[in-house]
Design a protein around this ligand. Structure first.
Ligand SMILES: [Mn+2]
Length: 243
């Protein structure tokens, strides 16, 4: 079987005092399950020159969690620069180029967490450098003491794909972010908002599948059906691209 390639850029971490590049297995397992071929792009010196090769066979793009988006990539405020934490300029560069190419080729794009923020930025949107501090939000968007079990509510906007996938208008979601969407890029329509108004999901109504989610569906075991519907919709869009 010839599987369509989904490109996903790795993230860097230290293991035994050496850098390793990795992608969360939750994403990789889902791609394999959906009969897609995960193609992992390392964030190392020289990768930029390899991008044409990676792009030639790309049928879909998955952009996932990671460092802060550097404020030079959008119309930034002083607060954006003040509150930025760890950045990775090469990762930004690699992912921005992949997103631009995927948009030009009208490929399915799925952005999760940082991925949804960066996709918004590439399409002309802006970010909060720190949601808590800039939005003066009382709602916690990260809870380090209850990292994986913490949930906050979102209101799902009726008649959006997210509404179809979960079949409801209210959903408790996980939250592991300090950046967030400030102004949504013009091509996107919001699908979900937290109680403080923060956009937690959006899509491009004119595309087959261009979706950004601030939360992580692949890490919400209590919502297996809805989560899988999202991933299946992405998988089907990628399969259609190759057909
Ligand atoms: Mn949140």
């Amino acid at each position: 079987m010839n599987r369509p390639s989904v490109v996903v850029v790795t993230r860097r971490t230290l293991r035994k005092e050496k850098y390793i590049d990795y992608v969360s297995e939750a994403h990789l397992r889902l791609l394999i399950q959906l009969k897609l071929l995960p193609v992992m792009v390392p964030v190392v010196e020289g990768t930029l020159a390899c991008l044409p090769n990676y792009m030639a066979n790309m049928s879909g793009l998955l952009i996932v969690e990671g460092e802060d988006v550097e404020p030079i990539h959008y119309e930034a405020t002083a607060a954006n620069h003040r509150y930025v934490e760890q950045i990775h300029p090469l990762k930004d560069e690699i992912e921005i180029r992949l997103i631009r190419t995927a948009l030009r080729k009208k490929l399915p794009i799925f952005g999760i967490c940082r991925g949804s923020q960066l996709l918004n930025v590439v399409c002309g949107g802006t970010l909060f450098g720190d949601v808590q501090k800039e939005k003066k939000s009382q709602l916690k968007h990260i809870d380090n003491d209850h990292y994986d079990i913490y949930r906050h509510g979102v209101e799902i906007i009726p008649d959006t794909p997210l509404h179809k996938w979960y079949g409801r208008t209210e959903l408790p979601v996980n939250s592991y972010h300090h950046q967030g969407v400030r102004e949504l890029a013009p091509r996107f329509t919001p699908m979900a908002r937290a109680d403080d108004g923060l956009i937690e999901g959006y899509y491009d109504p004119k595309s087959d599948f261009i979706v950004g989610l601030q939360f992580h569906p692949e890490r919400m075991p209590e919502e297996p059906a809805g989560n899988l519907r999202i991933w299946k919709a992405f998988g089907s869009a990628v399969q259609r691209r190759m057909a």
